[in-house]
Design a protein around this ligand. Structure first.
Ligand SMILES: Cc1cc2nc3c(=O)[nH]c(=O)nc-3n(C[C@H](O)[C@H](O)[C@H](O)COP(=O)(O)OP(=O)(O)OC[C@H]3O[C@@H](n4cnc5c(N)ncnc54)[C@H](O)[C@@H]3O)c2cc1C
Length: 408
């Protein structure tokens, strides 16, 4: 008989088990994979952006739907405490652009190894290659769990920390939703979020691999401008990706199949329309005797030039001094409003997080215990909380795990 069985050895599960065991609790951690923290290893492109160096209120804002649900968790175990926690485990950290915190070693493996040391030293019993199928409850009280070999494990408390449905190859394949649903919990519609987008236009494929910095993208739904992001984006063989696209994707997924979704890319957002026009006129003066196709090199990356030319009605061999004001204005429009049509996402296989999950209304935010089943806890991405990129998702998972570990 255990005091706590933790299902899922990811960020939330490892934190919860170590904290509980350090408080003298008898803890069993069950992990489906042959290793712990498989997803953490791929976070931040293998560097692990483990939290963000900002105020707690700012972290809450970065969980757009249910940020307030995390109030207790984040104030109980803040980003500063998380930083200290890892420093004490030998993982020194640094702050990068956007206040993102990474290990100085740039190694996500160091984060996983530190967590493994933490739970082993705390005395957590770890069982790998064990996939839990079911939570055992009698009436409204948790009794334990059953694995896929029908083996039962008994405990007065169970934490479901199995993650969401994103990147299922890391182990998080959505098992938590079924287990929670079987015990009467509501699951708000789950969707891939922070996910690359598929686009309709053929010309996008020609730009595959082109990374653009300092551009803006505006999400347009049925002709209405909804949201604008400024920063970096990437063209791919299927559409668009990169930080600003991933951020916008969180809104995009709500409109798929229901509305016309466009992205308007401004290639020169730092310049006003007049400034861009002046800039274009200066370039056209300088290259007045050249052909149009040879006049854009100062303004655009070379991969983009043939695409912009073909999207415009200006013949590529037209001498620049022959370009009319109307043609220049058409070009200006393309540079500041390059439109692509979104037709889908790359799905859960390539989404950074899962939007939706176990309804927060059925979980006590001060402990993470289910309001329906006594002794049953939830933490991490399996709950209906998801954030933008920046280290917020991991911070949320660690804070929720900490809260469970100190609540049971
Ligand atoms: C490519 C990528 C990059 C990311 N980069 C960042 C980043 O830099 N910063 C950031 O903050 N967030 C990042 N995230 C998001 C972040 O990794 C997750 O939000 C976070 O790991 C969620 O933690 P968790 O503990 O809830 O779930 P997970 O870390 O997914 O852990 C869940 C664990 O449960 C196990 N499990 C699942 N089902 C069962 C079962 N039935 N029985 C037993 N075990 C089970 C899984 O194998 C897994 O080990 C990234 C995500 C991806 C996909």
């Amino acid at each position: 008989m255990y005091d706590l069985i933790v299902v899922g050895g990811g960020a939330a599960g490892m934190m919860a088990s170590g904290i509980a065991a350090n408080r003298g609790k008898k803890v069993l951690l069950l992990e489906k994979n042959e290793q712990l923290g498989k997803k953490i290893l791929i976070t931040g492109k293998g560097r692990c952006n483990l939290t963000n160096d900002c105020e707690i209120e700012e972290i809450i804002k970065n969980f757009p739907d249910n940020g307030k649900f995390l109030y207790s968790a984040l104030y109980t175990f803040s980003n500063w405490q998380l930083k200290d926690f890892f420093n004490k485990l030998g993982v020194k950290t640094k702050v990068e652009r956007g206040d993102r915190i990474f290990p100085i070693s740039d190694s996500a493996r160091d984060v996983v190894e530190a967590l493994k040391r933490f739970i082993t030293d705390a005395g957590v019993e770890i069982k790998l290659k064990t996939s839990v199928d079911k939570v055992i409850a009698e009436g409204k009280e948790v009794k334990g769990v059953k694995d896929s070999d029908e083996k039962e494990y008994y405990s007065s408390n169970v934490l479901i920390a199995v993650g969401g449905k994103s990147y299922p190859t890391t182990g998080s394949s959505g098992d938590g939703y079924t287990m929670a649903e079987e015990l009467g919990h509501d699951i708000s519609m789950i969707k891939p979020s922070l996910v690359p987008l598929k686009t309709k236009e053929e010309w996008v494929k020609e730009l595959q691999g082109l990374n653009l910095r300092n551009v803006s993208a505006t999400l347009i739904i049925d002709g209405k401008r909804k949201k604008e992001e400024f920063g970096e984006m990437l063209f791919t063989h299927f559409g668009v990706s990169g930080p600003i696209i991933l951020t916008l994707s969180r809104d995009v997924v709500d409109y798929l199949g229901k509305a016309q979704i466009k992205l308007s890319i401004n290639l020169k957002p730092a310049l006003s329309y007049e400034q861009l026009d002046n800039r274009l006129q200066r370039d056209f003066e300088e290259y007045s005797r050249k052909q149009f196709k040879n006049s854009l090199g100062d303004l655009l990356p070379s991969k983009l030039i043939p695409v912009i030319i073909s999207l415009s009605s200006i013949p590529e061999d037209k001498e620049v001094n022959q370009i009319t004001k109307e043609e220049r204005q058409e070009l200006l429009e393309l540079l500041s409003n390059l439109e692509v049509t979104v037709i889908g996402t790359m799905g859960f296989n390539l989404s950074i997080v899962t939007k939706g999950g176990i309804a927060t209304e059925q979980i006590n935010p001060s402990t993470m215990e289910s309001k329906l089943i006594q002794g049953l806890y939830f933490a991490g991405e399996v709950i209906d909380v998801d954030a933008y990129t920046g280290g917020f998702n991991l911070q949320g998972a660690f804070s929720m795990g900490y809260l469970v570990g100190s609540s049971i």
